[in-house]
Design a protein around this ligand. Structure first.
Ligand SMILES: Nc1ncnc2c1ncn2[C@@H]1O[C@H](COP(=O)(O)OP(=O)(O)OP(=O)(O)O)[C@@H](O)[C@H]1O
Ligand SMILES: [Mg+2]
Length: 422
């Protein structure tokens, strides 16, 4: 694969204490392949300090080569941190042969390619080229076949639908590298833009008005690009703008969008508006985001006949997600299953601390350090993206002792809170 002189070189970083691995990366990573020589960090994880983290921040690498060394669990913590700090970067990790569980944990943390050491030249070339193909492909090409529409609906206000749709879109994109759009179809009071901290110039109503002349180029000018790589089609800021939007038009637009994105994650309002019903009809999966309270369950039961009519012969596409789950809740997942006659597919922890930290830093939860919320969203994303597997237990006491200094340095280096446009 070669690039013209006008293609900007990708920035890269290399973190490894292993001379042979560093040599191998240097040998393969070169401007001819479209990658600038890497920023090299060759100290053990325990000696990574503020200076190294600042250098990484200043470089903002787009490809990161990370040697997990003898302590993969610590390396996976670092991988997760690097992926959060550099949401658009692809991580190529190397280290010992890993069990399936640990490999899955590495992927959930953001690792795109894993190479078992010692890494041969061919394997390195293959990994680098696959990474580049995915990066360039994700930017340049539309999907080969129509993408999936994933709809999120809360049976009452404040169920957590927008928070879940936003974080899930980010993590699915990170896991798969596929083109992912978050479409805010809560047309009256949508808040997806706020969750991503972006100030959209255009919105869904503009899309509707211009649909007769819509093509890939015009679509590209209507969406906002979040630094995680997820694209956003926002709801109108002023609810009266939503009036132009009928169910029929929405169905057509969703079908258009799935020709251009491999995942179209749609957040709906908690009413059965034309937008919500059209989304349900078009969706491949509908996630009912509920909490363990009587009002939510009662509302789900009340809307069941309408849902059944809408999804028709494909009842399996509706999945219940229990949000704000606490093990000591009076209403248990089993009670919900009995009441609704539906399986609770996922539980998302009640995690007030993570939510508040995320709001305060203006950063979506899955990009804002480890938390129970992020853990549950990662597990759900992995399953939706087709990467099944139970969460891997990370670390033991020894590894935690090794990881502690690193985590302290990471906490110290967390950048200041960005301004959020409202
Ligand atoms: N698992 C959770 N733990 C703690 N707080 C949560 C959790 N999920 C959501 N929240 C908080 O609950 C509130 C409502 O969440 P969100 O806006 O995502 O819900 P919604 O269903 O989209 O609401 P709306 O009806 O306004 O559209 C927010 O403050 C959010 O941060
Ligand atoms: Mg919402």
């Amino acid at each position: 694969m070669s690039f013209s002189a006008s293609t900007p070189l990708l920035k890269s970083a290399l973190i490894s204490t292993d001379d042979a691995f560093r040599g191998r990366v240097r040998e393969i990573v070169c401007p001819d392949r479209g990658i600038a020589p890497p920023l090299e960090i060759s100290v053990p994880f325990t000696e990574l300090g503020d200076g190294h983290l600042k250098a990484l921040r200043d470089t903002s690498p787009e490809v990161i080569f990370l040697d997990l060394g003898a302590h993969p669990a610590t390396g996976i913590n670092l991988a997760q941190f690097l992926a959060e700090q550099n949401p658009n970067a692809r991580l190529v990790a190397a280290g010992p042969a890993l069990s399936a569980d640990v490999l899955m944990a590495a992927m959930r943390a953001g690792v795109a390619e894993y190479l078992v050491k010692p890494v041969g030249a061919d394997e390195m070339v293959h990994a680098v080229e696959a990474t580049l193909r995915r990066m360039r492909g994700a930017v340049a090409e539309g999907p080969q076949q129509p993408g999936e529409i994933l709809a999120f609906f809360g049976p009452k206000g404040g169920s957590g639908s927008t928070t879940l749709a936003t974080n899930l879109a980010i993590h699915i994109h990170r896991l798969t590298g596929k083109r992912t759009l978050l479409a805010d179809l809560d047309l009256e009071l949508g808040e997806a833009a706020l969750q991503l901290g972006v100030d959209p110039r255009f919105n869904f109503a503009d899309m509707v008005r211009n649909f007769h002349r819509m093509d890939a180029e015009l679509l590209a000018s209507f969406i906002e690009r979040h630094h995680s790589g997820v694209h956003l089609l926002s709801a109108p800021y002023h609810p009266e703008k939503a009036e132009v939007v009928t169910g029929d038009r929405i169905a057509k637009i969703l079908n258009f969008l799935r020709q251009h994105y491999q995942y179209v994650v749609v957040d709906t309002s908690n009413s059965f508006s034309p937008a919500t019903l059209a989304t349900f009809e078009q969706a491949d999966r509908i996630f009912l985001v509920t909490q363990a309270d009587l009002q939510s369950l009662r509302n789900i039961k009340r809307c069941a006949p309408l849902l059944e009519r809408t999804v028709g012969a494909t009842p399996d596409k509706v999945r219940v997600v229990l949000n704000r789950y606490r093990a000591n809740d009076a209403i248990k997942p089993e009670d919900i299953e009995k009441t609704l006659g539906m399986k609770v597919h996922w539980t998302i922890a009640n995690d007030y601390e993570a939510v508040v930290r995320s709001v305060n830093s203006g950063t979506p939860i899955v990009l804002n350090g480890d938390s129970r919320y992020a853990h549950d969203v990662r597990a759900m994303s992995a399953e939706i993206a087709g990467l099944a597997g139970a969460p891997a237990p990370l670390g033991n006491r020894f590894i935690r002792a090794v990881a502690e200094p690193l985590l302290r340095a990471i906490r110290r280096s967390t950048p200041p809170r960005p301004e959020v446009a409202v």
